[in-house]
Design a binder for this molecule. Structure first.
Ligand SMILES: *[C@@H]1O[C@H](CO)[C@@H](O)[C@H](O)[C@H]1NC(C)=O
Ligand SMILES: *[C@@H]1O[C@H](CO)[C@@H](O)[C@H](O)[C@H]1NC(C)=O
Ligand SMILES: *[C@@H]1O[C@H](CO)[C@@H](O)[C@H](O)[C@H]1NC(C)=O
Ligand SMILES: *[C@@H]1O[C@H](CO)[C@@H](O)[C@H](O)[C@H]1NC(C)=O
Length: 296
């Protein structure tokens, strides 16, 4: 009955879920949509068991694990190159059929979460995010921020082929591409936003930024809607403003006069990838009005 209870909770959380991705710095920073099925790596439909391995014979192979799955977008794949050509940094990859990989995990007794859920991740013996490479999907960033390891789908393939639980640590994916496009390895988290009081200034509330800041130790997150009248930001209440080029000039002026720094969401993403607080103005991409029109 406890299992049923958990299922009901999960069903509740998954009912409203949809996957979004966050574009790379080369693109305009913002939230965009991605479709899981459109992002599968090429592979012939008929040979899915050849490339992905069989469904596991052992129905308790993945018992006790909670899994989330995500897939890289076209933009993510562009960032999958190393500045140093160091092939050792990469886990081997292959065709990725997310739906099939999910069916393998379920056939092996794994519990698949439709969306990121912090309580469920903590309740499981071990939670893992499965992906084809590092990416900037919502799930990937949330898992990074909460310390859930990201593991290559090749781990699932190899476990199913050998009908044996292999060590996922040998299949860890990197945290992502850092500000200089160098690959940042996955490592346990500290709290990059510890004790920060953050004001988000966007036209629409951006749940993802608020979640990432909270999970990273932020002490408060408020949202200020730009279409509302007024530019008065109470003095001494915020340590940081996260906004974009749509930030109203009067708000910017008021915040600047209080000597509160303004940064772009890219600063949040990089702090999550690096697992440490980046300097507010250490990169041009962290400027709230940064535009990459010249570089892309
Ligand atoms: C994202 O999806 C929503 C709802 O389907 C749609 O209104 C919006 O235009 C999409 N955004 C992009 C960037 O495709
Ligand atoms: C199935 O896999 C689990 C987890 O690795 C293992 O403990 C168990 O012995 C396996 N059962 C069989 C029948 O191989
Ligand atoms: C990422 O790059 C590595 C090394 O070049 C390559 O082996 C791998 O297939 C790439 N991954 C994807 C998903 O394209
Ligand atoms: C900013 O807003 C605060 C709070 O209302 C106000 O006290 C302050 O005068 C404003 N500063 C500027 C430069 O508008």
């Amino acid at each position: 009955s406890q299992h049923l209870f958990i299922c009901l909770i999960l069903w509740h959380f998954s009912a409203s879920s949809s996957e979004t991705c966050v574009s790379s710095p080369a693109q305009r920073v913002g939230v965009c949509n991605t479709s899981g099925s459109g992002t599968d790596l090429p592979g012939q439909a008929g040979d899915v068991a050849d490339t992905h391995g069989p469904l596991p014979k052992n129905t308790t192979l993945f018992m006790g694990f909670a899994f989330m799955l995500t897939a890289s977008s076209e933009i993510d794949r562009l960032t999958n190159k190393s500045a140093s050509d160091d092939e050792d940094d990469y886990v081997e990859t292959g065709p990725y059929n997310k739906a099939y990989t999910e069916s393998q995990l379920q056939a092996g007794g794994g519990f698949v979460l439709a969306d990121f859920n912090e309580e469920q991740c903590k309740a499981a013996y071990q939670s893992l995010l499965i992906a084809d490479q590092h990416c900037r999907t919502r799930k990937y960033l949330l898992c990074l921020a909460s310390g859930v390891p990201s593991v290559s789908h090749i781990w699932v393939r190899d476990c199913c082929k050998e009908n044996k639980l292999l060590n996922y640590r040998n299949y860890l994916l990197p945290a992502g591409a850092g500000p200089d496009e160098a690959i940042v390895e996955w490592h346990p988290r500290c709290s990059p936003f510890k004790a920060l009081r953050v004001l988000l200034v966007f036209e629409k509330p951006v749940e993802l930024w608020a979640q990432l800041i909270t999970m990273g130790g932020g002490s408060s997150v408020r949202h200020f809607q730009t279409d509302k009248d007024g530019s008065d930001i109470p003095a001494g209440k915020y340590d940081l403003v996260v906004t974009d080029s749509a930030c109203p000039p009067l708000v910017e002026k008021n915040v600047t006069s209080q000597e509160v720094p303004l940064v772009s969401p890219e600063w949040i993403i990089q702090s999550v990838i690096r697992g440490e607080r980046m300097g507010f103005h250490s990169k041009p991409q962290y400027r709230h009005d940064y535009s990459s029109s010249s570089s892309s």
